[in-house]
Design a protein around this ligand. Structure first.
Ligand SMILES: Nc1nc2c(ncn2[C@@H]2O[C@H](COP(=O)(O)OP(=O)(O)OP(=O)(O)O)[C@@H](O)[C@H]2O)c(=O)[nH]1
Ligand SMILES: [Mg+2]
Length: 374
């Protein structure tokens, strides 16, 4: 049986192909929530570079976010001697390059600057907020100035790091001070509106995941469409907040349009931890054939796709947090939809499941279409 493409799918494919080929977009095709230039990814494997002074926390960040190292074990990490390159198999294949802080790659002839910055997704510059940061800021300034000449479109994300243990006021003062020092230096050189963003982070809480989420979101083609899907889902199912998570890193790659809310993000990401721990103990994500046969047999006698469950793992689960259920539903091996519901939505679960199912199908199509071509 030949399957016909839905108009939405045809449209998404057309818009995506157009932007992939770099055709000028017509006014009418500009998507809501997708302002500015297309994401700076290349060949589908964007690179995140972690740079900054020695001991600022680059290797700790990489190990905590991508290798699940418990934060207090970073105390035993050794100083990095050469670039540490890690491939992340995720919803989007990307690489994380952890640089040795003691080497200035712009001064050292052994480093090929053009090769390093060619396929870059973002440059993350880590500054230790608990230390004297003047030298770090000076080096960052020199880097930004040098990149502005050669690679002006690179997103530079400054992580003002180790803010745990600092008061909120003090953190804000430091952020303002660093921001002003960088902006002043850049405008002295005639550079206005350089793509430099700031995040206050610590590996001891969720701020580091939140910051990485924002960095990664900039690399996702057509993020506005994803946000639109989640916003619609929240409206139809009366969810308070919905997140699309990369399960292994706990980075959220999209959320609905309601204002960011740290508390709900923390609950949802802790919930993912629970699920991961459970699956580590009781089994991996894909269901064994015998289990599928059982689920599809008596008394249901229907393929899994037609039931509430999805073929790769258990379906939605509900947790009660002050009477607001939280639901989790896998999209594929890497992604999960997690939502915080409103108090009375538990009664409407069949309807909620139906909508979530439709959204999960839509998300699968989205990632199929926007998957990078090699
Ligand atoms: N308090 C606090 N300490 C942190 C944080 N992140 C990292 N650290 C500590 O900072 C120290 C240095 O961390 P590394 O990750 O090795 O630093 P690095 O930037 O990789 O250093 P080089 O490899 O020499 O360039 C370690 O003792 C970490 O435990 C944080 O968020 N808060
Ligand atoms: Mg290191």
């Amino acid at each position: 049986m030949e399957e016909r493409e839905s108009p939405a799918r045809v449209n998404l494919r057309r818009v995506y192909e157009q932007s992939r080929r770099g055709h000028p977009k017509q006014e009418g095709t500009r998507l809501v929530g997708q302002p500015g230039p297309p994401p700076p990814t290349t060949k589908g494997r964007p690179r995140l570079l972690l740079m900054g002074q020695s001991r600022s926390g680059k290797s700790s960040i990489s190990s905590v976010v991508f290798q699940k190292l418990p934060p207090n074990e970073t105390l035993f990490l050794e100083s990095t001697a050469r670039i540490q390159k890690d491939q992340m198999a995720s919803f989007m294949d990307f690489q994380v390059w952890d640089f040795p802080g003691q080497i200035d790659i712009f001064e050292n002839p052994n480093y090929d600057i053009d090769a390093i910055f060619s396929e870059i997704g973002a440059l993350i510059w880590v500054i230790d907020a608990q230390d004297d940061y003047l030298e770090a800021v000076a080096r960052l300034n020199a880097t930004v100035l040098s990149l502005q000449r050669t690679h002006p479109n690179i997103n530079i994300e400054v992580f003002i790091h180790k803010v745990d243990g600092l008061s909120e006021d003090f953190t804000q003062d430091i952020q303002r001070d660093i921001q002003i020092r960088i902006q002043d230096e850049l405008s002295d050189h005639g550079i206005e509106n350089a793509p430099v963003n700031f995040h206050c982070t610590s590996i001891y809480n969720h701020t580091i995941f939140e910051a990485f989420s924002k960095v990664i979101q900039k690399l996702i083609p057509r993020l506005g469409i994803l946000e639109g899907i989640l916003t619609n889902l929240c409206r139809t199912c009366r969810f308070e907040k919905a997140y699309l998570f990369d399960v292994l890193s706990k980075i959220y790659i999209a959320t609905d349009s309601t204002p960011a809310d740290m508390a709900s993000y923390e609950i949802c990401s802790d919930y993912i931890d629970v699920i991961i721990d459970m699956t580590e103990v009781y089994g991996s994500w894909p269901r064994p054939a015998s289990h599928i046969a059982k689920l599809e047999g008596e008394p249901w006698n229907a393929p899994l796709e037609e039931q509430v469950a999805c073929p790769c793992a258990e379906s939605s689960m509900l947790l009660h947090d002050s009477n607001r259920p939280i639901m989790l539903r896998e999209v594929d091996r890497y992604l999960a939809l997690v939502a915080v519901m409103k108090e009375d939505s538990y009664d409407k679960m069949p309807l909620v499941n139906m909508n979530v199912e439709a959204v999960v199908e839509g998300l699968k199509e989205f990632f199929e279409i926007t998957k990078p071509r090699k």
